[in-house]
Design a protein around this ligand. Structure first.
Ligand SMILES: [Zn+2]
Length: 184
């Protein structure tokens, strides 16, 4: 793949939001001095995709967590959506998506439909998917999930990242690790 009409610009080192490699790039576009904002586009030398920088902020940002293998399609979509929302700075959306994700995971593990978020997290806990020292986590997640739904409380980056970390751990326990055990 070859980009046309690309200029040499002041190089920048960054973690590419697409391929997550740490790269240095001096190829792309920049604005002239008449612009009120510091804006540039840098091409990743690894995956060739363009990242946009506006006044030091990077788009797309770096999505937290890692992909999880062997997920059912719907659950994979929700998990990736929560990660992308966080990368885009849409933290409240990410928290709400994680909440929906955890509800779907609980239903996939035998919980009834149309229960409260509290019941779903409780279900996962009772099924043994939450590690012995994870009770504090469960209470925290439960509180976060409820806040985002019932009141207008905007969620922060750390709220979204915490929930994604928790979801990633659960998804690995429930879906990925069992598939790595040799089948009899
Ligand atoms: Zn890249």
């Amino acid at each position: 793949m070859i980009w046309r009409n690309i200029e040499n610009i002041a190089p920048r080192t960054f973690v590419c939001g697409f391929c997550r490699n740490l790269v240095g790039s001096g190829r792309g576009y920049y604005t002239d001095n008449s612009s009120p904002k510091d804006i540039s586009v840098h091409l990743c030398p690894y995956c060739y995709r363009p990242s946009l920088f506006i006044e030091g902020k990077q788009y797309p940002g770096i999505s937290p967590g890692s992909p999880v293998l062997k997920l059912p399609k719907d659950i994979d979509s929700l998990y990736e959506e929560a990660r992308m929302a966080t990368a885009a700075g849409a933290y409240t959306s990410a928290v709400l998506t994680c909440r929906k994700l955890l509800m779907n995971v609980a239903v996939s593990q035998g919980a009834a439909e149309n229960l409260s978020f509290y019941s779903y997290v409780e279900h996962l806990s009772q099924k043994g998917y939450i590690p012995p020292n994870g009770k504090g986590w469960v209470d925290h997640i439960r509180k976060r999930g409820n806040e985002a739904t019932h009141e207008i409380v905007l969620m922060s980056q750390s709220d979204a990242e915490e929930l994604i970390t928790f979801s990633e751990m659960l998804l690995k326990f429930i879906f990925e690790f069992p598939s790595r055990v040799p089948q009899k």
